[in-house]
Design a protein around this ligand. Structure first.
Ligand code: MG
Length: 393
């Protein structure tokens, strides 16, 4: 029986993780859960899975939870609580499905404590990927991606040492694939994703294709391959989750019905596979699989992500941090969707200028990346504040 700690259990991935565990009760048990504010869902999850520990990162929500609930286990509060869980001797697997870079230190602690880390927290990998992967090899730890594309690539590579010609990273294309992106598009319209039902941040990122850009960086880090060898292909049906082309021209792809429970289960059970409730693909019903090139003019976020991957160092962190701020501002109607790439591009440009207060660093330490993150978030807020008027809609 393996003990699992789920960071971010009330989010969309976290809920799917619990469904997977519920289906594999004889193999896995929930040891700890964490959420930020969503104590209502957390309470339901506690009732069903009876974890020994819970951590609530928002102190106000934690207080409310404590006064309203008779929880028998241990309640931890704040990001220190996440760290306690990540290094807890009874935890075998840490599943990090937090949004943003808040999960960084718990990920590193879990790696140092030689736990299996299943990572759905792509922002952490984008900004701090090199450092995380260094820790993984230093500690001989196991880190498995939960992101469907990266799980697919992991499955295609399957311990092969054969040289890779390129990675084909598929993208559904999001809600604006065949629609123009105009400034009047609201966050509400953008949140309607055609294939995947996900959290708000990632759904907006999918619409701007920043999500795919972040995934290019993520793949580059996880599989130690330059971004120039990673090709994004739009594939609206989301049946092929990604593919690997080896140097002899042979392409191995991973296919399945689009269901997050599959990459989650793979990350928990690898190298073994267990029965799952994922629907079988009916090839006769599929009829066609379509592919097209992404439009880099229409989706400047994807271009910016490639640029940042090529530059490396602190730049992917700057791209990611500026994007986090821009997306949050878009969600509260403070900026327009077309301003997201504008903001990210401006902050990246400033970071590359030699006169800038916080200079670009090619081989940064963890604390230097943290400084770059803070700087980029502040810069993005400055850019947004400079838009002055007439943005509310
Ligand atoms: Mg993905």
């Amino acid at each position: 029986m393996k003990n699992i700690c789920i960071l971010g259990s009330t989010g969309s991935v976290g809920k799917s993780v619990l469904e997977v565990i519920d289906n594999l009760k004889s193999k896995f048990q929930v040891f700890a859960l964490s959420c930020d504010k969503n104590i209502q869902i957390l309470s339901q999850q506690i009732e069903q899975f009876k974890p020994k520990y819970v951590c609530i990162t928002d102190p106000v929500a934690a207080k409310k939870f404590d006064s309203e609930n008779k929880y028998n286990g241990t309640l931890l509060i704040g990001t220190d609580g996440l760290k306690t869980l990540a290094s807890h001797p009874e935890v075998d697997i840490l599943l990090n499905s937090l949004v943003g870079t808040i999960g960084l230190h718990s990920t590193i602690l879990a790696i140092k404590n030689k736990k299996r880390v299943a990572i759905a927290n792509k922002e952490t990998l984008v900004a701090y990927g090199k450092i995380i992967m260094q820790e993984v090899s230093k500690n001989n730890a196991t880190l498995l991606p939960v992101d469907s594309e990266h799980s697919a690539i992991h499955q295609c590579l399957a311990k092969s040492n054969s040289p890779v010609r390129r990675i084909i990273l598929t993208a559904s294309g999001g809600p604006f694939l065949h629609k123009s992106i105009t400034p009047d598009i609201t966050p509400e319209e953008t949140l309607k994703h055609p294939v995947w039902k996900m959290g708000k941040k990632i759904t907006i990122d999918s619409a701007t294709l920043m999500n795919k850009g972040l995934e290019v960086i993520e793949a580059s880090v996880l599989f130690d391959i330059p971004a120039s060898k990673i090709e994004v292909v739009i594939h609206p049906q989301s049946i092929i989750h990604s593919a690997v082309e080896f140097i002899d021209g042979s392409i191995i792809a991973q296919l399945s019905s689009p269901d997050m429970k599959l990459p989650i289960q793979y990350a928990l059970t690898y190298p073994e596979r267990y029965t799952a409730s994922i629907k079988s693909l009916d090839f006769e019903k599929i009829k066609e699989l379509n592919f097209e090139k992404p439009d880099f003019e229409k989706f400047p976020c994807l271009r910016l992500a490639y640029e940042s991957a090529e530059i490396g160092g602190t730049m992917p962190c700057v791209l990611n941090s500026a994007n986090e701020v821009a997306v949050q501002s878009f969600l509260i109607h403070k900026i327009r969707i077309t301003q997201i790439p504008e903001i990210v591009g401006k902050v990246m440009k400033k970071h590359s200028e030699t006169t800038n207060t916080l200079q670009f660093i090619k081989n940064p330490s963890l604390s230097q990346i943290e400084k770059a993150e803070e700087w980029a978030k502040g810069e993005a807020k400055n850019v947004i504040n400079n838009y002055k008027c007439c943005n509310s809609f």
